[in-house]
Design a protein around this ligand. Structure first.
Ligand SMILES: [Zn+2]
Length: 143
């Protein structure tokens, strides 16, 4: 049986710069130049001050697990041989949260507050997908 491919995101006008940075294995986040706050996911207007002026600034790629769920059911054939797997909401050092399936994390070992860092998986010419892995307790981040 042919293995199903992971469904890939489609860059839009709002997210093209984000995916372009991912292709270079850099995690960038929108940073409002009106009120100096970070926001994610990408959107045209700041939810705090309603400014449309922003920069794409590079994030450290580090954060902690803010919350998580363990998926026991595959909602797409790609995940059929991967259940159960952990999907986490990660709070980045910049204060914004991202959702990611965790790399090689046994559901028995997941916990709120675990330190994580971004890695990038090159899935197509267009998409390098940011995912997160747990940092060991005394491990220094490589990114
Ligand atoms: Zn703002």
């Amino acid at each position: 049986m042919e293995r199903a491919n992971r469904p890939l995101p489609t860059p839009s006008v709002e997210t093209e710069a984000y995916w372009e940075a991912c292709r270079e294995h850099r995690l960038v986040i929108q940073h409002c130049t009106g009120c100096d706050t970070w926001r994610h996911y990408p959107r045209p207007m700041c939810p705090h001050c309603h400014s449309t002026a922003f920069e794409w600034d590079e994030a450290t790629g580090r954060g902690v697990i803010h919350s998580y769920t363990v998926a026991h059911h595959a909602f797409h054939p790609y995940w059929e041989d991967k259940t159960p797997y952990v999907v986490a909401t990660i709070e980045l050092e910049e204060g914004v949260r991202v959702v990611s399936d965790m790399v090689e994390l046994d559901p028995a070992d997941v916990a709120i507050g675990l330190r994580v860092e971004v890695i990038f998986e090159d899935l197509s010419d267009e998409i390098s997908l940011p995912r997160f892995r747990v940092l060991e307790q005394h491990e220094e981040p490589v990114t």
